[in-house]
Design a protein. Structure first.
Lengths: 180, 389
């Protein structure tokens, strides 16, 4: 339990550095209650950005550049995804594919939406219980940290605590605006 | 069942005749091929140019494997299966491979079993296993997922649930001795006969010292030796004499001496000149290799900004660890090689540098000159870690 306390303390500290108290509490509350699975905004319709947030140089991310396409690795919400996009696996950017189970624990990123020029806190839940989807591999690591900062790390299998911890794909769920 | 022995013999003879007919037609004087005996190939003797390449099999991740490859003959020697998101390491004497992995009872689903498997590197038979609590760290492979004490009496396995701890195992009795909480610090960095260090979010190391039975005797946190916000280190180390070199995202080298009771930190030094800082960076999944006698550090380097720390190298830079000077710069484009994600170097006097590319090819270089000797195509689908003895 000491480690769990430490983890959440550290996660909270890390978030607090980047967010206001209000948005921090809102974000943490959603993560802890599982409400993180319900997006706050009509994400896909609101994203009408014209330019890529960043162009991933990694050869793994050989997807067409289109920031308004949730099946593209360049979609703005995917700024710290390392895995397979659930949008290409029967789900969507915020919905797990049929027959899989969302991970209740996640890593968190802050992505910039060029459409409204806001930064958003994004929860990257994994979808679990089937073997890796294998479609639309996406490897972006903006502000991603190594695993000694687990709440910001995308190398861990976040299905680890699921009853069936097999990793299938990853979603990106908006938690709120990052009020810097 | 319904065919008589006589019929079978006649059919076999006819088949043999049919198969052999063209041969007789081409070379009527040549004797027929002799009957073959089915055998199992024996592993060749170990040599310093044998490498163990972990294919994470990311596209069907329950099916990872370790490929054994010979850098002299370019032969694929065999395979050790390694399950789902494994850690793997070699025993200090190089005779065994240990794999920490997870299996599901129905293949891709069902009851989860975490375990460590021991494989004899001369037979490639899995000889023993130790079943673990379902806590094993499922993450990228590195030297620090599991590892032996220097005297091989203990084997340590990193746990993340996401609460962090590690298991102490007895590799002689094939049993779990204890689980030790690490206060949020992660991974296992063995040193000496009874010490395990873990990397902490604050930028320090936690070192737990064990008693003779493998239980915690004491613990201490080190000073903070890197800034996890401004310039985090990769959560992996490059083995060097008496310790590990930890590279940072911006290219600082933090050499840590683990030979004493507590880790000792050398003054960090840069891979990148001040003018190039933040533009050229180390990156990939295994971001360096050191030839310990030559004191040479090899690093895959690329041009990129924040968030490119997993991008492979477009060049391999070579440094003298004593002077901190860059002594060579080997671009990969002239060889038409894609970016390099993992590096390893043999420790002998005619060293080879092994580079796993983004397309899972293994390039073999002369580690003294940078001359490309061979490219082994597609050693698996996602080769992310290369170990050797």
């Amino acid at each position: 339990m000491r480690s769990i306390d430490k983890l959440f303390e550290n996660s909270a500290r890390a978030l607090a550095r980047r967010t206001s108290r209000r948005s921090l509490l809102a974000a943490l509350g959603q993560v802890l209650t599982g409400a993180a699975l319900i997006p706050l905004l009509p994400v896909d319709r609101s994203a009408r950005a014209a330019e890529p947030v960043a162009s991933p140089a990694n050869a793994h991310a050989k997807l067409k550049p289109a920031t308004d396409d949730p099946k593209s690795c360049d979609y703005w919400k995917y700024c710290a995804v390392d895995g397979f996009l659930c949008s290409c696996c029967g789900g969507s950017s915020n919905s797990c594919p049929p027959g899989t189970t969302p991970s209740p624990i996640t890593w968190i990123g802050t992505c910039h939406n060029p459409a409204d020029a806001r930064d958003y806190i994004v929860s990257y839940n994994d979808c679990c219980g089937k073997v890796s989807c294998g479609n639309c591999e996406c490897n972006r690591n903006e502000r991603e940290k190594p695993m000694y900062r687990p709440s910001r790390n995308n190398d861990l299998n976040w299905c680890m605590a699921n009853a069936d911890s097999n990793y299938h794909c990853s979603v990106s769920v908006i938690l709120g605006v990052a009020e810097l | 069942m319904g065919i008589s022995m006589k019929t079978m013999i006649v059919q076999a003879a006819l088949l043999s005749l049919a198969a052999g007919a063209p041969v007789f037609a081409a070379t009527p004087a040549a004797p027929p091929l002799t009957a073959e005996h089915l055998t199992v190939t024996a592993m060749p003797p170990d040599n310093p140019h044998r490498i163990y390449v972990l294919d994470e099999a990311f596209f069907n991740e329950i099916d990872s494997r370790v490929h054994l490859f010979d850098g002299d003959t370019y032969a694929r020697l065999g395979q050790i299966d390694s399950g789902f998101t494994p850690g793997f390491n070699l025993s200090p004497d190089g005779k065994s491979t240990v794999v920490a992995t997870t299996y599901f009872s129905r293949g891709s689903r069902g009851t989860r079993t975490d375990l460590v498997e021991f494989t004899d590197n001369q037979t490639l038979k899995t000889t023993h296993e130790i079943v673990l609590p379902s806590k094993r760290a499922m993450t990228l492979p590195s030297y620090f997922n599991l590892g032996f004490s220097a005297d091989s009496h203990f084997l340590y396995v990193s746990y993340i649930t996401p609460a962090a701890s590690f298991g102490v195992l007895d590799p002689a009795k094939y049993s779990v001795i204890d689980e030790i909480d690490t206060a949020g610090c992660v991974l296992v960095i063995p040193s000496g006969a009874n010490r395990v260090s873990s990397i902490c979010e604050s930028g320090s190391l936690l070192t737990v010292t064990l008693d003779a039975q493998g239980h915690e005797a004491s613990r201490a946190f080190s000073e903070v030796f890197f800034d996890p916000d401004k310039d985090p280190i990769f959560a992996q180390g490059v083995p060097m004499t008496n310790g590990y070199a930890f590279l940072s995202f911006l290219g600082q080298v933090h050499e840590v001496d683990f030979s004493g009771a507590q880790p000792a930190f050398h003054k960090p030094w840069p891979l990148v000149a001040a003018a190039d800082k933040g533009h050229w960076r180390p990156g990939g999944y295994q971001v360096g290799a050191i030839h310990r006698r030559l004191n040479r550090l090899y690093v895959p380097m690329h041009q990129g900004g924040e968030g490119t720390h997993k991008d492979g190298g477009t060049e391999i830079w070579v440094f003298d660890m004593a002077t901190h000077e860059r002594v060579a710069r080997w671009p990969l484009a002239p060889h038409k090689l894609p970016t390099v994600l993992a590096l390893q170097v043999s420790q002998d006097d005619a060293p080879l540098l092994f580079a796993a590319t983004d397309t899972s090819d293994i390039a073999v270089f002369d580690a003294l000159t940078g001359q490309l000797r061979h490219v082994e195509k597609k050693l698996g689908q996602t080769a992310w870690l290369i170990l050797n003895h």
